[in-house]
Design a protein around this ligand. Sequence first.
Ligand code: GLN
Length: 473
Amino acid sequence: MNIDKEARQIAENIYSKKTSKEEVFRFFHSRAKKVDSYLKSFVEMYDNFTPVNGDSSLGGLPIAIKDNICIEGKRITCASKILSTHVSAYDSEVVRRLKKAGLIIFGTTNMDEFAFGSSTENSCYGPTRNPWDTSRVAGGSSGGSAAAVAARLVPFALGSDTGGSIRQPCAFCGVVGFKPTYGRVSRYGLVAFGSSLDQIGPITTSIADSAHLLNIICGFDRRDSTSVKKDVPDFTKSLSSEGKKFTIGIPQEYFGAGLNEEIRAAIEKVISLYKKNNIKIAEVSLPHTEYAVAAYYIIASSEASSNLQRFDGIKYGLREPSRNLEELYCRTRKIGFGDEVKRRIFLGTYSLSSGYYEAYYIKALKARRLIRNDFNEVFKSVDAILTPTTPTPAFKIGEKKDDPLSMYLSDIYTISVNLAGIPAVSLPCGFTKSNLPISFQLIGKEFDEETLLSLGSTYQSCTDFHKKVPPLR
Ligand code: GLN
């Protein structure tokens, strides 16, 4: 088998009996066993080939699942010591849909603990390495899923994105990461981080594979109260922009100081390519962008501090021996949570506490509204917005670990999208001189994933950055 095939091409080979489901599984399994001994993108890999009944355009393909999405009967740990022994009692809605479509759950992938982070260094299993340069981070928090797909250890994966956790690691690893509109994909069975921001999405090598996977995972689910009852189109029909007239907005706020020059140059080439393809380019402004990081870290941490109260040593995973109930809570949480998790709980509890609630939490919600209004205004005149995904390429392991603020700033271009609840996709568009992937981001209107797929496929039909495979031992 060939590692440079996209997922649906492998699926076609299964369908036309050029290869079998078991052969595909064995191929990825033995490759992953070998390569992941040093990449560390998986938390667990399931060794037995168990075909599922069910079919779709992707039937028979293995898929990796971020370790914060429930798979019945399997360990779900969120890369946290506090959950390290916890087994899911049920399937998340996305996993139920994948199984129904005939996909094979291949294993769970590494992440920052509870998805707090941008490098996968905040994992109780240690960091995942970037397949393009193993001294560098894979990004985060879905770093395991992004690295595994980039290294072709699995044809595709699912991640979750609260402030950039699908798009940022995909940008660092040179693969496609899609964050759907809030409410498009059910969060049932996703361990909650920031419930008003979280969204599950596909991590793939091509935009076409994203469309196929979105067809399976999108749709209303009554078990998620924020799931939206809206028709799901056949996303594969959007994989071309032929006959369509698009205008792309370029927001000046995303091209200021702090943007790496090699990334800036690569994005300019993307813009020229679109122009050549008769897509109109317009300068736009999103004036409240500067408040996004601050507002996000207050809102996300507030929601996280509330969501994480359930990990108390009683219901799930770890329980530290103690003399009384209060000591049990304290000891379990002290030993079970890592430093970044504690930092978020402190930050969130503080901004929700009486006396500070108005000054921080309510103020952050107001900033969120202004950021959303900015997008609504711009989308009156453009169909999509183009930005870099990250201000820099992948950084070194350890480089930002003790500097939370500089770590938080690596999400500066991805966070506003979650605050506004709109869809966005990151696509590879080049390499730095030292051969690290560079990516751009396309941001769309609410429930308009289709325009992103069209524009993404236009780009990928003219370029082959997404076809490059990292040179692995
Ligand atoms: N890096 C951001 C954070 O640490 C976003 C994480 C995410 O999207 N899960 O909160």
